[in-house]
Design a protein around this ligand. Structure first.
Ligand SMILES: NC(=O)c1ccc[n+]([C@@H]2O[C@H](COP(=O)([O-])OP(=O)(O)OC[C@H]3O[C@@H](n4cnc5c(N)ncnc54)[C@H](O)[C@@H]3O)[C@@H](O)[C@H]2O)c1
Length: 343
């Protein structure tokens, strides 16, 4: 069933099947430049071929190394070469990496041209495509350079999730669980009864909640910061493991750690703690961090925490003050955060 709505950030979301997705794209009169994930093109070549025919196309391998200034330059060069006009459409088809890259280039070219996202990972559908953040990695720092530039249209075709690897499914579930813990909602129950199946309703509810947090805070100064739940821990784990621990898994450990710290600080009781970790226990997130990674945490944790770009004078962490209630707290001694990951 197709559903359409316009989010307050002026992003129209269309939940579409293959047929509607193709007719939406074919219906765009202006010229199109597709920025497409190499793997997605291989997997869905036959289905996508009619859409791509006679259009400009740039194929990019999705990797954090490729979320780079060089790739943005390649996209911008292609835009210039094809003399793209502001009304022409940049259509990004892929996971969060392709969306972040294409979004940044689209926001820069001629001070911003039309941007359409077709997210192909669960994570990109509920998170990266919504809220207008674009980014690349620079100088060894993740997402250091970026803009705020919401897509004008997000076409969500749930069918893409069928070919995701188990790790990429878990990455999406971790962010979905995170969103369900931030404010009162029905998504939490829906996840518990999902049997780990991603249906349209789960995607739609997660999009709605993410949009609610970004609606009046595009520039990430208030409510939107709650979306960092679990992320202080996650960034630390990703850095010390040289990205061997995938983002979603690191977020899952991070949410668990935030819940533990909230319990230790008497912000929540045991019953609330158990409710928070219940959806995490449903999925096969790793429970233990490998010893070698713990050793690196001991040695480098402090330095990495202070390099975290979101750090102000004190370390800020999103904690729980109840079930589906969070608060952002300053932590004077960051060693507490490292110790939580070492147990
Ligand atoms: N802008 C934002 O608000 C925001 C939010 C969350 C994450 N992000 C960014 O998104 C990136 C992570 O996104 P991601 O998890 O989608 O990763 P990704 O884009 O790397 O995709 C993960 C893997 O799945 C493959 N893939 C994509 N679609 C597929 C499909 N349908 N079937 C099979 N394989 C498929 C990709 O080729 C890649 O190997 C990170 O760089 C993160 O910083 C951005």
């Amino acid at each position: 069933m197709s559903i359409r709505y316009t989010l307050s950030l002026k992003t129209e979301v269309i939940h579409a099947d293959w047929e509607l997705m193709c007719s939406e794209i074919s219906g765009i009169r202006d010229r199109k430049l597709f920025i497409i994930d190499e793997k997605v093109l291989t997997l869905y070549h036959d289905r996508l071929q009619p859409l791509l025919l006679n259009n400009n196309l740039l194929v990019i391998k999705a990797s954090e190394e490729n979320k780079s200034l060089e790739q943005v330059t390649t996209i911008l060069s292609k835009m210039a070469e094809t003399n793209l006009r502001r009304n022409d459409a940049v259509i990004a088809l892929g996971g969060g990496i392709i969306l972040d890259l294409a979004g940044l280039a689209a926001s820069l070219f001629k001070r911003g041209c039309k941007l359409i996202f077709i997210p192909t990972t669960f994570l990109a559908m509920i998170d990266a495509a919504i809220g207008g953040k674009t980014a690349i990695n620079y100088n060894g720092c993740k997402n250091l350079i970026g803009t705020f530039y919401p897509a004008s249209q997000v076409i969500v075709n749930r069918a893409f999730v069928e070919t995701l690897s188990s790790v990429d499914l878990l990455n999406g579930w971790a962010e979905c669980i995170k969103i369900s813990l931030l404010m009162p909602n029905n998504l939490y129950k829906k996840i518990l009864s999902s049997d780990q199946r991603i249906d349209q309703d789960i995607i739609r509810q997660a999009i709605r909640l993410k949009e609610k947090l970004c609606r009046n805070d595009l520039y990430d100064s208030k409510l939107r910061r709650k979306l960092n739940l679990g992320h202080t821990f996650a960034h630390l784990l990703e850095s010390v493991s040289d990205y061997q621990i995938p983002h979603g898994l690191a977020v899952a450990i991070g949410i668990g750690s935030a819940a533990k710290l909230s319990l230790q600080m008497n912000l929540i009781d045991q019953t609330v703690y158990e409710k928070i970790v219940k959806p995490l226990d449903m999925f096969s997130f790793p429970e233990n961090i490998r010893e070698e990674i713990k050793e690196r945490l001991k040695a480098e944790g402090h330095r990495l925490l202070s390099a975290d770009k979101k750090k102000t004078s004190q370390q800020r962490v999103v904690l729980f003050k109840g079930f589906q209630q969070t608060r952002i707290m300053s932590i004077k001694n960051p060693q507490i955060l490292i110790d939580l990951l070492l147990v």
